[in-house]
Design a protein around this ligand. Structure first.
Ligand code: HEC
Length: 154
């Protein structure tokens, strides 16, 4: 009887350990929240460091999103000619918007492609590509708490 009880408690301990460990792994790198955070981090890294294949340089430095949208887009930006532009903190909340120059409604993905093409002179990532998805995830992360206001002011 004692032996049976021992076996049962060893089994119980093994079960607890297994589920306990999978709980830790869940909260670690494979939970949905951790996967999303990884996408956000990758998007931020692209925003700050990627040239998207463009070879444009300003004052000797390769052009990235951060060249114009400084501080990761969290603060007011500055164009190479010194002109101030609004921060991107609510960008994810105000698209889709009507773009009078293009005379059509544009999504944030289209705006990102426009900036990669024009600002970086690089190769715009496709709409459903990982770089695009991760950059949209990043821009959404900095817009957390901003009221959804399609067509609103930057
Ligand atoms: C050379 C400067 C420059 C670079 C580099 C640049 N942008 Fe822009 N960006 C602008 C300007 C100027 C605007 C204002 C609207 C426009 O020209 O369409 C803008 C607008 C935006 C907007 C819309 C903001 C709003 O609320 O209206 C987003 C989003 C954006 N850029 C993302 C990016 C991303 C992502 C990158 C990097 C892939 C990038 N930009 C690189 C100049 C730049």
């Amino acid at each position: 009887m004692k032996k049976l009880t021992t076996i049962a408690s060893v089994l119980a301990a093994a079960v607890t350990l297994t589920f306990g460990l999978s709980g830790i792994v869940q909260a670690g790198t494979s939970s949905p929240a951790a996967k999303l955070q990884a996408a956000v981090n990758h998007g931020q890294s692209l925003f700050e460091h990627s040239t998207f294949g463009g070879s444009r340089r300003i004052h000797g430095a390769p052009v990235t999103c951060n060249t114009c949208h400084q501080g990761g887009g969290r603060v007011a930006g500055r164009l190479p000619n010194g002109k101030a532009i609004p921060s991107l903190v609510n960008a994810a909340a105000i698209f889709p918007r009507y773009n009078p120059n293009l005379q059509r409604v544009v999504t944030i993905e289209m705006q990102i492609q426009h900036c990669v093409r024009g600002g970086l002179q690089g190769h715009p990532p496709g709409f459903a590509s990982k770089p695009m998805v991760d950059m949209v995830a990043y821009l959404n992360s900095i817009a957390k708490g901003q009221p959804v206001n399609s067509g609103g002011k930057p």
